[in-house]
Design a protein around this ligand. Structure first.
Ligand SMILES: [Zn+2]
Length: 497
């Protein structure tokens, strides 16, 4: 008892003597960014502007070696700070000097720089690391796909922890340069523009990618494997790069027949959502056994199984819609997931309408009629579903119903003005569900709080279908299933982990 009281106070006294009096305000950055859904996600005390990831990956062994150089600015006087990371770190330098570090919790890397960092200062953090991502499990879960010819990082809400240290939350976006050395005959795919490849010795090749607009950490992706790569340019000159595992078997044709339409789909989405926000386009299909797709920035990830029943352009529409709704305008907290998924699902309804396979209203009526009042579906509140229901079907389908209700309430002119205006209003930023409600009220000039409360925040089936407020609610039996339904529903394994 005696020793435990004395020793810390002696240490504390010598610590205080060693630094200037003004440094009394210095404190550790928080181990989380403050998201109640995922308390360990992200960190407090600084903001990252850029990640430079210089990696080497050996597909045979799954060994990933890396040097991450992170540029950040402090937001408080920091005695130490955290990064989120799971692989083994060998050295960390802060502003060129070796820093002390330790690990804690499931994914925290606690870094104590040689000198405390004053608020508002530019900080360069260099982290050297190595490990086998497939050996890292957090709460029994891995975001890393090990494939026969390599590995893939693509998961939501977390994947960065498996391959680079970061402030792992959408609130802290940054630009990325990702450079990966892989054995000859193998390719490395990531976000943005492929700036070049060059040989390293006689056996290796380095791929260098740049994503030059703010990007959330979960939207950064890495895929190493043997791919067939197609390249093109859009009508406006943006580079398109798609990559298909050489190993897709019977799904290869359908995957290509869907993803090669990326440029066409993006052109249509520009009419609906405004200018495409990024420097490149594309998609990739690695030989993973999973079933979902993910809107990794500029280059969505698609599982081969998305194409098991033939081509599916609807899933391409969904992931590309996210480039505006989710990637450029990102969630403020994970509770705001409707700002991503409600709109990505609704874009599939609009595509169906355009293709003559069922109007958005018909799809809304079908969804409404498919779920009786006692269906658990209606207990999920898309506006704040809780972490356990973050990717529940209701976030998608009830979320899209909310938009159909809005459309019917304010009319097509205001509705499409909002769909196009919102991505530029919050371009490259973050937004809450409440921000959208206010924006829709401002543009339409109508009070909409009650409508959104009904469709996004009540744990009950609303009294009338999205929207045909003046008409009788259709019942399950007499609502025809729109032609597009199956392809849209096939996207529902989007987040099946
Ligand atoms: Zn989605």
């Amino acid at each position: 008892m005696h020793r435990r009281l004395i020793v810390p106070s002696v240490l504390a006294a010598s610590f205080l003597l060693a630094i200037p009096a003004s440094a009394a305000t210095y404190s550790p950055g928080a181990p989380g960014i403050g998201d109640p859904y995922y308390p360990a996600s992200g960190n407090g005390g600084y903001d990252v502007s850029h990640y430079d990831l210089r990696l080497k990956y050996q597909p045979k062994t799954d060994l990933l070696e890396g040097t991450a150089t992170i540029l950040a600015t402090t937001k408080q006087d920091l005695s130490r700070f955290n990064l989120d990371f799971g692989l083994k770190v060998s050295e960390i330098r802060v502003n060129g000097k070796k820093a002390a570090f330790t690990t804690s919790g499931t994914q925290e890397l606690e870094i104590t720089p040689a000198a405390a960092l004053p608020k508002g200062s530019a900080v360069t953090v260099v982290v050297r690391y190595a490990g086998k991502p497939s050996e890292l499990e957090i709460n029994g879960f891995t975001a890393w796909h090990r494939t026969p010819d390599g590995g893939v990082a693509a998961q939501e809400p977390d994947s960065a922890v498996w391959w680079f240290p970061s402030n792992d939350h959408p609130l802290d976006k940054a630009t990325y340069d990702v450079s990966v050395q892989v054995p000859n005959g193998t390719q490395a795919i990531s976000n943005g523009v492929l700036q070049g490849t060059r040989p390293v010795g006689s056996d290796w090749t380095r791929y260098s990618w740049r994503s030059n607009k703010p990007q959330a950490s979960y939207l950064a992706t890495l895929a190493v494997g043997k791919f067939d790569i197609t390249t093109d340019k859009t009508a406006t000159g943006l580079p398109v790069l798609n990559a298909y595992s050489k190993d897709l078997g019977d799904n290869a044709g359908a995957a290509r027949a869907s993803i090669e339409r990326t440029g066409e789909v993006a052109e249509w989405l520009e009419e609906v959502f405004g200018p495409y926000p990024f420097n490149a386009l594309g998609g990739y299909v690695p030989n993973v056994p999973s079933g979902y797709a993910l809107e990794t920035q500029t280059r969505p990830f698609y599982s081969p199984r998305q194409f098991a029943n033939g081509s599916n352009v609807s899933v391409v529409v969904h992931e590309l819609a996210h480039q505006w709704y989710g990637d450029s305008v990102s969630v403020d907290g994970w509770k705001d997931i409707w700002v991503n998924e409600g709109f990505a699902r609704y874009s599939q309804w609009l595509w169906s309408e355009r293709e003559g396979e069922g109007t958005a209203q018909e799809l809304a009526d079908y969804v409404y009629a498919s779920h009786p009042a006692d269906d658990e579906f209606w207990t999920v509140k898309p506006g704040d579903p809780g972490p356990e229901n973050q990717f529940h079907l209701a976030v998608y389908d009830r979320g899209a119903l909310a938009l159909q209700a809005l459309r019917n309430e304010i009319g097509d002119e205001s509705f499409f003005k909002i769909l196009k205006g919102w991505p530029s209003e919050h371009a490259y930023g973050n937004a809450k569900v409440g921000d959208f409600v206010k924006y829709a009220e401002r543009v339409s000039g109508k009070p909409l709080a009650a409508l959104f409360d009904t469709w996004l925040y009540q744990a009950a089936k609303p009294g009338s279908p999205a929207a045909r407020s003046a008409e009788v609610a259709p019942s399950g039996a007499d609502v025809a299933r729109p032609k597009s339904w199956k392809k849209i529903a096939a996207t529902n394994s989007v987040h099946d982990h």
